[in-house]
Design a protein around this ligand. Structure first.
Ligand code: ZN
Ligand code: ZN
Length: 170
């Protein structure tokens, strides 16, 4: 877990990350203050800060007015806790917030600005889950509809063909 004394290096720019104590969740989170401004959460930490009502004041203060270096967001990042390649995942229905997730230990990395963007788009975790579910449902539901239409066509064609055979041979 990152909520330990162990310092970790930023998965995006490799700078050593700084631990910031957050009074809201009484947790230390790792922020890339001397590099890209990215934020790293272990598998339990994010839940404490993903809703707009949850205070991230200490984090905001720490990154305020700082210039962070740009990183290549398309690059695969390696989880600094367990060395597993992280997976890019959308946390927005608009598809404009892509974070890095470690499927092995559950850690998540937000590039500079992404956490605030996510909190603004969906004020609560519930809102975000519902929106993402609706999105998935639309995608899967559409595919099922298409399959059903396909099946109906096949069924009609088949019965026509059977009738044709029937007339031909009997
Ligand atoms: Zn960094
Ligand atoms: Zn990991």
């Amino acid at each position: 877990m990152s909520d330990t004394i162990k310092t970790i290096n930023c998965p995006a720019c490799k700078e050593e990350m700084t631990k910031i104590f957050m009074s809201e969740g009484a947790a230390n989170i790792d922020v890339c203050l001397n590099g890209c401004g990215g934020i790293f959460f272990d598998n339990r930490e994010l839940k404490k800060f993903d809703e707009n009502s949850e205070s991230i004041d200490e984090l905001k203060q720490a990154i305020e007015g700082k210039n962070f270096k740009k990183t290549d967001e398309a690059q695969t990042r390696i989880c600094p806790l367990c060395n597993t390649p992280m997976v890019k995942n959308s946390v927005s229905t608009k598809g404009n917030i892509i974070i890095d997730e470690c499927y092995n230990c559950g850690s998540k990395f937000f590039d500079h600005g992404e956490l605030t963007k996510m909190r603004e788009e969906f004020p609560t975790e519930q809102d975000r889950r519902q929106a993402l579910l609706a999105d998935t449902y639309n995608e899967v539901g559409l595919k099922i509809d298409q399959l059903e239409i396909q099946n109906t066509i096949n069924h009609t064609q088949r019965s026509k063909f059977l009738k044709f055979l029937d007339r031909l041979f009997f």
